[in-house]
Structures are given as C-alpha cells and as structure tokens.
Design a protein around this ligand. Structure first.
Ligand SMILES: Nc1ncnc2c1ncn2[C@@H]1O[C@H](COP(=O)(O)OP(=O)(O)OP(=O)(O)O)[C@@H](O)[C@H]1O
Ligand SMILES: [Mg+2]
Length: 345
C-alpha cells in the first residue's frame, strides 16, 4: 500500500500530497476536479502507459514547467517516476533514489484498475483485451513485463528487416525469430498460468451480486514459434507485420449463468463481469504474493445500485488499498473506515 503519494505538475495538479491509510481511499469532488488524474498518477507507479494509455507528454501540467513527477512511499521504499522538460517522452524511474528500469516497478507494487473507458473492453479490440490480460499477469508475475518488452523489440526489428528492399539477412532474421520464440513462449506460458489460476479462483467465488465470468485464451501459441516465423517470412513481409504469435492472442470471456459471450451481454452485465474478474484476481494476487494489489476503481460506486455498492464495500474491506472516485461523498456512505479526500475543494 501507499503511505504517501505526491504529484508534481501532473495534469491539473501543480502540487498534491496525500497520506492515505490502508484500506479504502475515497476521492470525491466535482467533474473535472482531478480525481481520475490522481488514479492515473498511481497507475504510473506500475510498468505500462497507465490507466488512460496516454502519452507521457500529455501528463505534464499545461501551465507547468514541462516535466512531471509522481512519487510514493511504501513503508521504507520510495518509488518515483516522471519526465524532464527536456525529454518529455522519456520516462524516468527511481527506486530509493537510484535510477531503475520501468519494468522493475512491478517488483514493488501491483496496480489494477477499472475505469469507465473499459466499458467497451469486451466489444472492443483484441489488443485492449490482451493488454488487460497482461496487466493481470503482471500483477502475479513481475517478470512478464520484461518478456513483453523483449518480444516486442525483436518483433519490431524483424518487421523492419523484412521491409528492407534489398532483402533481409537470413541469419539476422533467425536470431530475431529465436528471440521472439523464447520471449513469446514465456509470455504465452505466463498468460496460460494466469488464466488457469484465475479460473480456479473464479470457480471458488459464490455466484453473488457480481456476475461470474469464465475465461479462456482464444488460441495456444504454436509449439515451435521460431519455425513458424521462418515459414511465414514471405507472408509477413507482404503483410508488413508478424501474422502469428502471442501478440495475436485474445482473452475470451463468458457470462457463466447466462451462457453468453461477454460481448453479447448488456452494458450492466458487462460491467458486473469485469468487476467480478478484477475482484477474483485481486484475491488471487493477495493469496499468491502475500499482498493484495492496489485497486483503482474509477466511478464504480456510481454505477452500482445501493445493494451492490454495499456488497462491493463488504467484499473489499480489509483487502488492501482500494482507491475509489465519485462526484459525491454520499456514494461512499456505509463504507466504514476510509481515508476521505475532497479533491479540488
Ligand atoms: N496536462 C494537463 N494539464 C492541465 N490540466 C489537465 C491536463 N490533462 C488534463 N487536465 C485537466 O484535468 C481536469 C481533471 O480531469 P479528471 O479526469 O481527473 O477529472 P475528474 O475529477 O475525474 O472528473 P469526472 O468526475 O468528470 O470524471 C480536466 O479539466 C482536464 O482538462
Ligand atoms: Mg473522472
């Protein structure tokens, strides 16, 4: 959990320090006050592009000096990330004052979020679902980010090489394909482990007020990816991209009680499925890593009826730090112990 969070020139916040207790952190304030921005700042303490998937330069405060910083204290550990005005798209990370890699953040903290933009997750692109799945994996296996970066770097280099008009050096291609196969297998195996572990966790959850999803990967990764890539060279050169591999995997989600694929469920049912998935995952992370993830639930309270809201608070009570936003403090009535933060007030 975060004992202290500091934002400097991050979006609309020139300088903001919060000292939250464990448990619920409830951010309330009017539209545009900067609540989601605070959640986004927390999400930047994990590898990746944060909960809006935004460019780093967009996060710098409009009237500010150009760079931004987010830092946090977790017990004795200090994490910091941000950019400098001179390099607005280069992310810096510091752990206890020393420069560290972005991927190393996953060793200290797992962060998961639900935002209104994720309402379209099931009907949207496979890429968004894959990124969502990869965050679930990362919370369980911090090494996942490393394999993902290495796989993508090898794939980009191969795409570039295949596009060369004078023809690619086959040995260099083979080396890149071997890299894709190695890291691709690690990616796919980690995803399969997460889907298996999460399926078990989901099966143990009573089918209560939050819908129970069943999850699966749409395809296995070919057993010999290096050989497949070699065979596909001509096809991939024509397509301008690798046509097969773990970067094409998709997460399939079904509403168990309705026996319906998630994308055919109603808006409310899809939200309930996503919440069911994230709650079960948080419990799995807590059991496996000995510490629950930090949950960022943007506008979730407002979308639940009072009965489901109470059930959500009850299910999350005592399960780590859960950051929630709402336009009115009244939406948190009955939550019990919580750090209440008026944003922009
Ligand atoms: N780089 C930036 N510099 C300055 N302001 C910014 C920047 N990026 C976003 N903002 C502003 O931050 C404000 C707050 O945004 P945020 O999404 O956090 O509000 P919110 O409190 O979550 O509101 P809502 O209840 O409507 O969701 C917006 O008015 C937006 O214009
Ligand atoms: Mg918001």
């Amino acid at each position: 959990m975060l004992d202290r969070l500091t934002l400097s020139d991050f979006r609309n916040h020139a300088a903001l320090t919060l000292v939250p207790a464990p448990g619920f952190v409830c951010l309330f304030g009017e539209n545009g006050a900067g609540k989601t921005n605070i959640l986004e700042a927390v999400s930047m303490l994990a590898p990746g592009r944060g909960l809006r998937g935004a460019a780093l330069s967009e996060m710098a405060r409009g009237d500010g000096p150009g760079g931004w910083a987010v830092s946090a204290e977790l017990g004795e550990t200090r994490l910091g990330t941000g950019t400098l005005a001179a390099a607005p798209e280069r992310r810096q990370v510091r752990v206890n004052g020393a420069t560290a890699s972005v991927n190393s953040l996953a060793e200290w903290l797992s962060v998961l979020w639900l935002t209104p933009a994720m309402d379209r997750l099931f009907s949207g692109s496979a890429g968004d679902r894959r990124r969502f799945l990869d965050r679930l994996v990362l919370a369980l296996e911090p090494g996942h980010a490393h394999h993902a970066s290495r796989y993508e770097a090898a794939m980009r280099a191969r795409n570039k090489l295949l596009a060369e008009p004078e023809g690619a050096d086959p040995e260099w291609l083979s080396a890149l394909e071997a890299g894709m196969a190695e890291h691709g297998a690690a990616l796919a195996e980690a995803r399969a482990r997460t889907v298996a572990g999460l399926s078990e966790a989901l099966a143990a959850v009573p089918d209560d007020l939050f819908a129970r999803p069943a999850i699966a990967l749409d395809r296995p990764v070919p057993t010999d990816l290096a050989a497949l890539l070699r065979v596909n060279r001509g096809r991939d050169a024509a397509a301008g991209r690798a046509t097969e591999g773990p970067h094409r995997q998709d997460l399939l989600v079904t509403h168990v009680a309705k026996r319906q694929p998630a994308e055919r469920c109603s808006t409310g049912e899809q939200k309930a499925l996503l919440l069911g998935l994230v709650l079960a995952h948080a419990e799995l992370v807590a059991a496996r890593r000995g510490a629950p993830p930090i949950l960022l639930l943007d506008e979730v309270a407002a979308h639940l009826d009072p009965g489901r809201r109470a059930a959500l608070f009850e299910r999350l009570a005592g399960r780590g730090q859960v950051w929630m936003t709402a336009t009115e403090a009244a939406l948190f009535d009955g939550i019990g112990d919580a750090t209440m933060v008026a944003v922009g007030g």
